[in-house]
Design a protein around this ligand. Structure first.
Ligand SMILES: Nc1nc2c(ncn2[C@@H]2O[C@H](COP(=O)(O)OP(=O)(O)OP(=O)(O)O)[C@@H](O)[C@H]2O)c(=O)[nH]1
Length: 443
């Protein structure tokens, strides 16, 4: 048997790793157009798991058991003696015949996928290689093939899965990422460009920590993941390429290697800056008076309640602008608003930084003097009263108006339990100040 043919067949079969390379091809064969080729001592080919067929011209002259099985033959005659055209898919026929001619000319055809039909018409995909085989003075082609239908389907499925994954990653608003045990970013989806301003390529290979403005936040995250295995909506912050710090929410889990060792993290994070800003706006609205910007009623009373609960010493001033109705009546409601804002500005400026100032409603305000006893509170109240009467309050246009304020004062008493206990006394003191002629402080 010519060495070329032996090498070719071995190469065909070695592709599938079904034969140890030490096997030599032991057959000498002869082929005629009418009779099956004789392949003495070739039992092992007959029993190979790989499909083997011998072709002369376009006709199948021999097919081993595996080939007959794959092609669904009931008997050898269903395949042997038939033309390859009976089995090859029309779209692959031209290519297959060209390969046959190439092999006949002494060439070796590397493995390629070819669509074939079984005897029952079922389509298959086979991986086929072929090479010339000189049998006496006749040239045949030895083809070897394996069923790849399942693998092709799996590959198609994998491709589909990969395409779906890429599509999902490309359209995601959230950022999917993966780091290794050293915290190096190994994957990040393209959405990161919209959120951080960096492309995925710029980030992959860099430590995830590089994007945290405060490293302790990242350390806290990793510690939490290592402890619990995962985190959900963990708050954090990241620095964008333009330097802006954004609020993020992270949901991620620990990755483990085969030994169960920590191997990094995988998860998603989303930009929640807008949500946070909205929360802050809502919180501000819920805490501060929209006209004056100082604490609103709910907020200043909550502070009063807290101080009471803590048993902290304090005094309160209840402040009420005198004859404020006349401002509204004389200059209009907008002018009244302006005056209220101006008044709040004066008190905010004049109060001590540790004091809490809020608007209870209308033209009535509460100032909580943290730590102040009655004597100290009286001093502060007098100072505020003078500051108000000394400064003309602006009205819309160029006009301004001098107003006065009456102040009711009370000190926190040991038996005060509720805010109302304090407020009622302050209100009574304010009433006395009004009754006594206004523009004064009463305790
Ligand atoms: N512009 C404006 N006016 C308000 C607001 N809330 C309450 N007022 C007005 O404040 C006025 C309060 O009038 P009164 O309770 O009679 O008190 P006053 O005129 O200040 O008189 P005394 O307190 O007795 O000195 C009313 O005219 C209310 O309509 C507000 O948010 N803006």
């Amino acid at each position: 048997m010519p060495a070329v043919a032996g090498r070719a067949v071995l190469r065909c079969l070695a592709v599938y790793e079904v034969l140890p390379m030490t096997h030599a091809l032991p057959f000498e064969a002869t082929v005629t157009e009418t009779e099956p080729p004789v392949l003495p001592n070739a039992d092992w080919i007959e029993h190979l798991p790989a499909c083997v067929a011998l072709l002369v011209g376009n006709t199948v002259r021999y097919a081993n058991a595996a080939a007959l099985r794959l092609l669904g033959a009931q008997q050898p005659g269903d395949v042997v003696g038939k033309s390859v055209q009976d089995f090859i898919h029309p779209l692959d026929l031209h290519r297959s015949l060209a390969r046959l001619r190439h092999a006949e000319g002494g060439g070796v055809n590397p493995v390629t996928e070819i669509r074939v039909y079984t005897c029952g018409g079922e389509p298959l995909i086979v991986a086929m290689s072929s090479a010339t085989l000189q049998l006496g003075d006749q040239t045949a082609v030895l083809a070897s093939f394996l069923d790849m239908t399942e693998r092709a389907a799996m590959e198609q499925q994998l491709r589909q899965t990969d395409e779906d994954f890429q599509r999902m990653m490309n359209t995601m608003q959230d950022v999917f990422y993966r780091t290794d045990a050293q915290g190096i970013t190994r994957y990040v989806c393209p959405a990161v460009k919209n959120v951080l301003g960096y492309s995925a390529e710029e980030i992959i290979g860099l430590p995830a920590a590089a994007f945290y403005p405060d490293l302790s936040e990242r350390d806290a995250l990793v510690a939490e993941i290592k402890k619990h295995g995962s985190v959900h909506d963990f708050p954090g912050r990241m620095r964008r390429k333009d330097g802006v710090i954004i609020d993020i929410s992270i949901s991620t889990r620990a990755l483990r290697d085969e030994q169960g060792q920590y191997a990094g993290v995988e998860g998603i994070w989303r930009d929640i800056s807008e949500r946070k800003a909205l929360e802050r706006r809502l919180e501000h609205l819920a805490t501060f008076d929209s006209l004056t910007g100082i604490h609103n009623r709910r907020s200043v009373l909550a502070i009063l309640e807290q101080l009471l609960q803590r048993g902290a010493p304090f005094s309160v001033l209840l402040l009420d602008l005198d004859h404020f109705k006349q401002v509204n009546d004389g200059y209009g409601h907008a002018a009244g608003d302006e005056v209220l804002s101006g008044f709040a500005r004066i008190i905010s400026r004049e109060k001590r930084s540790r004091d809490f100032f809020g608007r209870l409603g209308g033209e009535e305000f509460l100032l909580i003097l943290d730590g102040a006893d009655e004597a100290e509170a009286l001093q502060i109240a007098e100072r505020l009263r003078l500051a108000v009467s000394a400064q003309a309050l602006d009205l819309p246009g160029d006009a301004s108006l001098a107003l006065t304020v009456s102040i009711g004062l009370t000190q926190r008493r040991p038996d005060d339990r509720r805010t109302a206990d304090v407020l009622v006394r302050a209100d009574q003191a304010l009433y006395r100040a009004k009754a006594a002629g206004r523009n004064r402080v009463c305790g």
